[in-house]
Every structure is written in structure tokens, then in C-alpha cells.
Design a binder for this molecule. Structure first.
Ligand code: PFF
Length: 458
């Protein structure tokens, strides 16, 4: 078999992993969750979730991947041969197939909207018209499917180039551009009239809004935003160089991800305040970015159509970049699995995943229109995929990963990986093991009980 590739530099590893984390979740969910769940109070809870669940699970995935230098399914077979732990890895690969398929649908929509912004089609539209444009587009049987395929092929193109020349090289270009664009947008938003009113609304702490449900939302958001529980981080860590520090990388990735999510809020809320529009609790997900925001941007820069134009174009390019760095990592979970477990050349492994994603993704894309009547367990195909990944595979995967490293994994392996074989200290190891044994699995278990209605937090 050919030599396994590595990320050639530490910064490449950080950009690639942060690229996976930074995605649509940061932009279309985090700001609104914050706005409606008590502002700074939600941010504090979110950060607590990152410290207690996010960083421990991320470091566990890193240890598993870096130690075994294997795809996520192969990693458990190496660390726990002959046991059932391999199913944790396989669950991740299964979820990887699902998430890549449905996430690419929305990623495809961002290309349509970047095109609409570029061709100045938002100019002079009323709020109702924005709603109609989106309804017509998303239910169309052809265009969303075409954009889906374009997005999948774009991801495929990067994946087949390999780890260093594909994933790393592209992350090193896309992430700095993304950071540049988001910074410019934040500055533009901050200059708007009433910007401080918007920020105030976003950040004012209101602890009275915090209840069990809010804590669960924060946990769910942390999982999705940090790409936890699917073996994606494990796969990427298998390409880390030996000298890459696991704890440093985890902290850097979590910091970048959280900062970008906050910056998305610093773009959206001041723009909404300047436009006189009050964001509603249901302005979340696709309706936020495809109906509310194009309208908000037009109104916020009323009288400055050029600025509105450039701002909108940059915003949709930002979405494309954020989505692309995430879909690359989703694709890689499955490609590395196919290549290593079935001894396929990388190209064939990638073609396999791309083919499945085009088929399943098309079903998801059509579930907004042509296949809208098809319901499984009361959900459309798109919603079913999303539900299975976000509410089932991610928490379940995260729970088993923490139990695996907390209880099963040889603590010498764990310590060796965290200290880079004694090259630096890791005074936090005992606390981390305690968290992984008790706190993380219990917290995730509560999400489950709540989700399946065993008890209700609200
Ligand atoms: N973290 C990405 C986002 O916030 O949009 C989504 C994601 C990427 C989830 C990769 C899972 C994954 F494996």
C-alpha cells in the first residue's frame, strides 16, 4: 500500500480541522440561538459545554486517530481488536454518508444565492418576494439538484488530490480568505446606524431565559459546530504530524470556531437592527440565510445599493467557503474508510462516496418539492437525515468515544499521546480522564433521555 499522507505543517492541521468545525452551523444557528436564549447567558453556557464536553471529546478523537493513524473504523479495530468497539467507528462512517448528502443540498443553495447576489437580483425586492424566491427555488426539481451536484463535485475534486495537496493546500487558502471576509463584514456591520442596539440585544445577559432546554440546545450546538462524534476529527488527527500537540490543536480549533460563530452574530444582529427588522425566534437555519438576511442587508444599507451589493456577495461567498471546508471533512471520513478498509486506490474510494452522495443528496434536495409528500417516521427525507445525524449519531458517537477513552483505552497510550511521548507536560490528564468517565457520558445521556421524551427538561 502507498505511504500514508500527513498534514505537512501544524498550521495546515489547524486550518483543516478548524475548517471542518467552521461551517453553516456557526452562521445560521449560533447567533440566533444566542439571541433568543439569553444572549451572554447562552454564550457562557455554550462555553461551559465546550469545556466539559467539546474539548474532552475532541481530544479523545484526536488521541484515537493520531495514535492509530487510521480511518475511524480501522482505528477502533487497532485499539480494541476483536471487540464490538468497531461499531462506534462504523456508526461515524454511516453518519458521514448521511451528513455529506444533506449538508451538500444547503451548500448547493448557497451557490444559487451567491449567483443571485452577484447578478444584483436582490435589488428592490420586498420581504414577501424574498420568501417567494426561496420557495420557488427550493421546490424546483432541477436547479437545487444541479447545484448539489456541483458542490459535491467541487468537494470531490479537492479530496482526490489527497491529504497534503488537496485538503491541506485548500484549507490553507480557504480559511484565511474566510477569516478576511468575515472580518470585513463585521466591520461594515459595526459601522451601521443602531449597530450597538443589535449587539446589545445579542449580548445582554438574561439568565431568566436559561432552563434545561437551553442547556440542551447549547450542547447540541457544540456537537454540531465542533464536528464531534462522527470520527471526522479522528480521521483528521490520523494525518497530524508526530510533533503536533493534541491539546494545543484542540484549544485552537475550539477558539477559532467560537470566535467565528460570535462574529457571525456581530454581522447579523447589527444589520437587523439597522434595517429595523426584529429577528424572530424562527429566523433560524435556511429561512434566516435565504429569506431574512438578503432582505435585511438590502434594508440595512438602504440608500447605498453598492455597499448592499458587495456586502451580500461577500456574505454568500463566505457561506460557500464555510460549507466547503466542512464538506471536505465529511467526504474524507468515508473516503479514508473505503480506501483503507477495502484497499482501494484513493480515487476509487472517493468516487464511491461521491456517487452515493449524489444519489442520496438528490433525494434530500427533492424532498423540498417533488418528494415533499414522502414521509418516513413523520419526517421528510432531508429532515430524517438531519435528525438521525444530529440527534442520534452525534450524541451516541460522542458518548461512546468518551466511554472508550475514559474507561477502555490504556491510560499509558492516552498519556503518551497527550504528552507527545513525554516531550511536554500534561497536568490536566487526571481531570480529563475523570471528565471523560463521568461527566461527559452522563451529560450526553441526559440529552438522549430528553430527546426520546423519557423526561422533559423544559
Ligand atoms: N461543524 C460543521 C458546521 O458547523 O457546519 C458541520 C460538521 C462538519 C459536522 C463535519 C460534522 C462533521 F463531521
Amino acid at each position: 500500500m502507498s505511504k500514508r499522507e500527513n498534514f505537512g505543517s501544524k498550521i495546515g492541521a489547524v486550518f483543516a480541522t478548524a475548517g471542518s468545525a467552521v461551517g453553516l452551523g456557526n452562521i445560521w444557528r449560533f447567533p440566533i440561538e444566542t439571541g433568543r436564549n439569553g444572549g451572554a447567558a447562552f454564550i457562557i453556557i455554550y462555553i461551559a459545554c465546550i469545556l466539559l464536553i467539546g474539548i474532552p471529546v475532541m481530544m479523545s478523537e484526536f488521541v484515537i486517530g493520531k495514535h492509530t493513524r487510521s480511518n475511524t473504523a480501522g482505528a477502533y479495530q487497532k485499539l480494541a481488536p476483536g471487540t464490538q468497539w468497531k461499531w462506534v467507528g462504523r456508526l461515524g462512517v454511516f453518519a458521514g454518508v448521511l451528513i455529506f448528502s444533506y449538508y451538500s443540498v444547503v451548500a448547493g443553495w448557497t451557490i444559487e444565492y451567491a449567483w443571485l447576489a452577484l447578478s444584483n437580483s436582490f435589488l428592490g425586492k420586498t420581504p414577501d418576494e424574498f420568501g417567494k424566491i426561496f420557495a420557488e427555488f427550493s421546490t424546483d426539481p432541477v436547479r437545487p439538484t444541479l447545484w448539489l451536484i456541483v458542490f459535491i463535485l467541487l468537494t470531490h475534486y479537492i479530496i482526490v488530490k489527497g491529504v497534503t495537496k488537496g485538503i491541506e493546500r485548500w484549507s490553507n487558502v480557504l480559511m484565511p480568505v474566510l477569516l478576511g471576509i468575515i472580518t470585513i463584514l463585521v466591520v461594515c456591520s459595526a459601522l451601521l446606524p443602531n449597530a450597538s442596539e443589535g449587539l446589545n440585544f445579542l449580548l445582554k445577559p438574561d439568565f431568566s431565559k436559561v432552563d434545561g432546554k437551553v442547556v440542551l440546545n447549547a450542547m447540541g450546538q457544540a456537537f454540531f459546530s465542533l464536528s464531534l462524534g462522527l470520527g471526522c476529527l479522528c480521521t483528521y488527527a490520523s494525518y497530524f504530524e508526530p510533533q503536533t500537540s493534541i491539546s494545543k490543536t484542540a484549544i485552537e480549533v475550539c477558539t477559532i470556531d467560537t470566535l467565528i460563530a460570535l462574529m457571525a452574530g456581530f454581522i447579523i444582529f447589527p444589520a437587523a437592527a439597522a434595517s429595523g427588522y426584529h429577528l424572530q425566534p424562527n429566523d433560524i437555519g435556511p429561512s434566516l440565510i435565504f429569506i431574512t438576511l438578503p432582505n435585511v442587508f438590502q434594508m440595512a444599507f438602504h440608500g447605498l445599493p453598492w455597499v448592499a451589493y458587495i456586502f451580500s456577495v461577500m456574505f454568500y461567498i463566505l457561506l460557500i467557503l464555510a460549507a466547503l471546508t466542512s464538506t471536505i471533512s465529511m467526504h474524507e471520513i468515508v473516503t479514508s474508510y473505503m480506501t483503507e478498509e477495502f484497499n482501494l486506490p484513493r480515487k476509487k474510494g472517493a468516487v464511491f462516496e461521491t456517487g452515493i452522495a449524489i444519489i442520496l443528496g438528490t433525494l434530500c434536495a427533492l424532498s423540498f418539492g417533488t418528494l415533499g409528500n414522502v414521509h418516513i417516521f413523520g419526517m421528510t427525507i432531508f429532515d430524517l437525515f438531519d435528525w438521525t445525524v444530529s440527534n442520534f449519531c452525534m450524541p451516541l458517537g460522542g458518548m461512546f468515544i468518551s466511554i472508550f477513552t475514559g474507561w477502555y483505552l490504556d491510560k499509558k497510550v492516552f498519556r503518551d499521546e497527550l504528552t507527545n511521548y513525554g516531550k511536554h507536560g500534561a497536568p490536566y490528564v487526571r481531570g480529563l480522564v475523570f471528565t471523560l468517565r463521568y461527566i461527559t457520558p452522563l451529560a450526553i445521556f441526559l440529552i438522549f433521555l430528553n430527546q426520546f421524551g423519557v423526561f422533559n427538561f423544559a
